[in-house]
Write a protein that binds this ligand. Structure first.
Ligand code: C6P
Length: 400
């Protein structure tokens, strides 16, 4: 069974078997990823790209192999178009501070959406403060779907960048990013897609999307924490100035000037998260071996099952009911504070996330300060969902 490959699921919490429904915060890792990380530290522990010794060569080969695996997973034209970062947050900050900064003057506009994670709001806000640019927002409807009919008006002559989330972490909405990108490109506006929540659930083809940038968080796609990817179109990456200075990102340094390294090394200053990169490669191989179609089908099936069961709970309101959704159910229950619910569920061994999920504006739209969020992965079971629903019922009776 696939589930048996995830040792992190096989633990007890408060004496109860863990029911892990916090996959959108971070997923569990298969043994294969854990082994890849362990193998690096125990069998070829060395720095990369700079040693002529055998261990350094093996480590470099594995790290660059991981880049190739990730490139295959997202169908990038070349692995050189993938920059290793700490995750989606760092990837977005990198683009904001290099590509976008160079294009902006006072009065220019950056377009984001109402359902963005703070990672895809705050870097643009900071940039606006520094450049005098203006942040504009694509609105959404009561189901948590973007109102794309507003796009033609929102994109103006001054729009220099559009940044949008592929899959919302708090609402579960899958945005039609291909359509958004086509509309933006028709007006010559480049697009960054925050893909943090997409990769764990669905096939992503960056060439088919034609996105200018795509960001990935390793830990959400069954890989290690502290590692991620920025994919970019080669012409952008080549033209962009470096972000951080240091070792690795240089070809030649004198006190007078520095010649920068080629892409992607230009954006990878310092010793990277080598173990994390190698682990991420193992996660990509794992996903490709299982098959995205299988993961996607299981996801849809779990979402449908959970949604039906949850809607039967008295006083429960789902926040985010888009027609096109991934396996994330945010909800509130009349008379029960989400944090109280989370605490009670924890005592039953159930892990969910409660609060604003780093999407304060999206929750303000629904006029709730926070929600409880159950987020599923393909290894979750119907029995776990049944148990979760029973425990939510018990908690509700406790508080109302
Ligand atoms: N969402 C959640 O519980 P990092 O931390 O850089 O790997 O990813 C940030 C991020 C960016 N975009 C989206 C859509 C996200 O969901 C996240 C992380 C977690 O929903 C932690 S707040």
């Amino acid at each position: 069974m696939l589930r048996d490959q995830f040792p992190g699921l096989n633990v007890t919490v408060h004496g109860k078997p863990l029911v892990y429904l916090d996959n959108a915060a971070t997923a569990c890792r298969p043994q294969r990823v854990l082994d890849a990380v362990q193998e690096y530290y125990t069998r070829f522990n060395a720095n990369i790209h700079r040693g002529v010794h055998t261990l350094s060569e093996i480590a470099t080969e594995r790290f660059e192999g991981a880049r190739e695996s990730m490139a295959r997973l997202i169908n990038a034209p070349s692995a050189r178009q993938l920059v290793f970062t700490r995750g989606s947050t760092e990837s977005i900050n990198l683009v904001a501070n290099t590509f976008a900064r160079e294009r902006l003057s006072a009065g220019d506009e950056i377009l984001i959406s109402y359902m963005e994670h703070h990672s895809n709001i705050v870097p643009w806000q900071l940039l606006c403060q520094q450049t005098g640019a203006v942040l504009k927002v694509i609105p959404m409807n009561e189901r948590g779907e973007l109102r794309l009919e507003t796009l033609d008006e929102l994109i103006t002559e001054r729009t220099k960048m559009l940044a949008v989330v592929h899959v919302s972490n708090s609402l579960g909405t899958i945005n039609p990013v291909k359509e958004i990108i086509a509309k933006a490109h028709a007006r010559e506006v480049p697009v960054l897609v925050d893909g943090a929540q997409a990769l764990p659930h669905m096939a992503v083809d960056v060439q088919d999307l034609d996105c200018d940038f795509y960001t990935i968080s390793g830990h959400k796609m069954y890989g290690p924490t502290g590692i991620g990817i920025l994919y970019g179109k080669m012409e952008h990456l080549e033209a962009m100035p470096p972000w951080q200075g240091g070792g690795e990102m240089i070809a030649k340094v004198t006190f007078e000037r520095t010649v920068f390294n080629h892409v992607p090394a230009k954006f990878e200053a310092g010793t990277p998260n080598i173990a994390g990169g190698i682990g991420l490669g193992a996660a990509a191989e794992f996903i490709m071996d299982v098959g995205m179609d299988k993961i996607q089908a299981r996801d849809a099936e779990l979402l449908a099952y959970a949604t039906e069961k949850m809607q039967a709970i008295d006083g429960l309101r789902l926040i985010g009911t888009a027609a096109c959704k991934t396996a994330v159910n945010s909800f509130v229950i009349d008379g029960v504070h989400p944090h109280d619910l989370g605490t009670v569920l924890d005592h039953y061994g159930i892990a969910i996330r409660t609060g604003h999920h780093c999407t304060m504006p999206a929750l303000q739209f629904f006029k709730v300060p926070g929600t409880a969020r159950a987020s599923f992965a393909f290894y979750n079971t119907h029995e776990e969902i049944d148990y979760f629903v029973d425990c939510v019922q018990k908690a509700r009776e406790m508080f109302t």
